[in-house]
Every structure is written in C-alpha cells, then in structure tokens.
Design a protein around this ligand. Structure first.
Ligand SMILES: NC(=O)C1=CN([C@@H]2O[C@H](COP(=O)(O)OP(=O)(O)OC[C@H]3O[C@@H](n4cnc5c(N)ncnc54)[C@H](OP(=O)(O)O)[C@@H]3O)[C@@H](O)[C@H]2O)C=CC1
Ligand SMILES: O=C(O)[C@@H]1CCC=N1
Length: 271
C-alpha cells in the first residue's frame, strides 16, 4: 500500500517536464509512483526521461487522478489548449503568477490546487506552499499535499494573495542561495584562496549552516550569535553584512520584492 495507490490506478499527467516538473517527477518515482502510470506531455523531453517506462507524449488517460501543469507561465495558454475535458481530475499548477481564476476558465468545474515548490524537491528537500479553489475537498488537498510531501515539506496558505510573495521568497530563493555561494567563493578568492578551495568552503558552509538551521532548536538569530565572538572575526564581517543601509537586509528586501512583483505581472499576463 503506497500513498500513490489511487494515482497508480488512474494515472498522473505531467504537462511540462523541465527543471521543476522533472525535479518533482524524480521525487515521485523514487517514492512509489509507477512510471507506467505517468503520462508526460513535453514536445522536447530531455533524453534522461526517454527510457524510464513513462508514457511519453502518449494519449491521455480518460480520467487521470491528477493533472500537473509545469510549463512556463508564458506557455500556459498554449498548453491548456492541448488538454481535453477532464471528468474528475485534480488540477495542480506550479506556475509562477498564473492565478487559479485563469485555470478556472479552462476547467470551470475542476478542483484546482495552486502550488509553489522549489527545485531542492529533486532531492526531497523542497518546500511547497499550496492553496486550492472552492471546488477542492479535504481529500483533494490531501492528495496534492501527498504529492508535494513526497519531495519535501508543505505549507498550506490562507489566501492566494500570499502566493506571489511565496514565489519571491522560496520559489526563487534557491537561486539567491546559489548566488551567495558564488559570491562567498569569489570573496575567498579575493583573499588569496584558490578557486577550488574557496568554492568547496563556500558550498559546505552554506549546506552545513542550512542543515543546522533546520536541525537545531535555536532560531537562526541565536545560531548567528553562537558564531559571533565579541570583538572577533564574525563581528567584523557582520558589521558589513548587517549594515542597515548597504547590507544584506535592504538588498534582500529589494530582491524578494522584485521577484514578488514579477509574479504579480506574470499573473496579469505580462510576458
Ligand atoms: N525552475 C524553478 O525553480 C521553479 C519553477 N516553477 C514553475 O514551474 C514551471 C516550469 O518552470 P521550469 O521547469 O523552470 O521551466 P522549463 O522550461 O525547464 O520546463 C518547462 C518544460 O515545458 C515544456 N513545454 C513548453 N510548452 C509546452 C507545452 N505546450 N506542452 C508541454 N510541455 C511544454 C518546455 O519545453 P521547451 O523547453 O522546449 O519549451 C520545458 O521542457 C513554470 O511555470 C515556473 O514558474 C515553480 C517553482 C520553481
Ligand atoms: O523564475 C521563475 O519564474 C520560476 C518561479 C520560481 C522559480 N523559478
């Protein structure tokens, strides 16, 4: 008995199997989704997916349990045009910006869950936020949560209005952290370390700090203080990083605001 029993019987359709769709599919297959139950619709599917026993660009099952939409928001209208009428299928979208109302135009009677995952889902360490429309029952939300829990943690939102900010924080957030690794490595090089050594130190520092932030009982602020000896090296570094005008807080605020605003624009159909 697996969490995926109903899906394995009725099928799951994944429209768009790129970076995010592929990351989720990897996690689902690792946790009991049967390849033969998955119909992948993607005109230019990456070669790594060709010999996995998936139904690739095949006719859709008549009444799949779930339809997952993972194409770019700009391609969504075209992708929706290719999906036939659904009978009793849960529609799950992971697209940034695209609102539930947009999907309701295509599927007026369907339960629809809008989800914002992130790419650490590929290794089961994603975080997804989700919210359903008024056609979603508790069972539909549980099904969507089961899918997303297979690739990481899940939070449920109170309002769809929160989704663009979620996208600007955790949907896009892995990119900010990867850039921080790049920036830390470059900064280490500037202090005389070799490129390889600096990258290894930066990568493991971010990975270790992230793991500690999850495992420890203390807040990140306390963990930060634990590193910071009075008059020591960290205090010297943080005096630059935590500067109220030119440090990370105002920069991160602008970063997340820009990403959030872009989500809102995508929701209005601005390419
Ligand atoms: N990447 C991320 O970190 C995250 C992405 N998302 C959301 O996930 C969605 C997908 O993003 P991402 O995976 O990065 O994008 P990708 O471009 O990597 O993947 C989208 C895939 O869909 C394919 N495609 C395009 N048109 C169609 C169509 N009509 N029918 C079926 N497949 C189609 C694309 O093919 P081709 O390349 O040939 O166009 C591509 O393989 C977006 O809506 C994004 O907002 C959400 C959270 C995080
Ligand atoms: O950049 C994007 O638009 C997508 C949504 C969140 C992460 N990637």
């Amino acid at each position: 008995m697996s969490d995926f029993d109903d899906i394995n019987t009725r099928g799951l359709v994944l429209v768009g199997c790129g970076r995010m769709g592929g990351a989720m599919l990897k996690g689902w297959l690792a946790r009991g989704l049967e390849p033969g139950a998955v119909t992948v619709i993607d005109p230019r599917l990456a070669p790594e997916w060709q010999d996995k026993g998936l139904r690739v660009n095949a006719e859709l099952p008549e009444n799949p349990a779930v339809l997952v939409l993972a194409v770019k928001p700009q391609m969504m209208a075209e992708a929706l045009g290719e999906v036939p009428v659904l009978i009793d299928t849960l529609v799950v979208s992971v697209a940034a910006g695209t609102t539930i109302a947009t999907f309701q135009n295509s599927f007026p009677t369907a339960p629809i869950v809008r989800v914002m995952p992130n790419t650490p889902a590929a290794i089961g360490k994603g975080i997804s936020a989700m919210i359903g429309n008024d056609k979603t029952s508790a069972a539909h939300l549980d099904l969507a949560e089961t899918l997303m829990r297979a690739v990481g943690r899940v939070v449920r939102l109170d309002s769809e209005d929160q989704m663009d900010a979620v996208t600007g924080l955790s949907g896009s957030g892995p990119a900010y952290v990867f850039h921080m690794i790049e920036a830390m490595a470059k900064a280490g090089e500037a202090q005389g370390l070799s490129a390889d050594l600096a990258l290894e130190l930066a990568r493991m520092t971010v990975a270790g700090a992230g793991a500690l932030a999850i495992d420890a009982d203390e807040d990140p602020a306390v963990l930060r203080q634990n590193v910071t000896s009075p008059g020591g090296t960290t205090a010297a570094g943080l005096s630059v990083l935590m500067d109220a005008d030119a440090g990370l807080p105002p920069l991160m605020a602008r970063t997340v605001a820009a990403a959030t605003e872009r989500g809102r624009e995508l929701g209005k159909g601005n390419a």
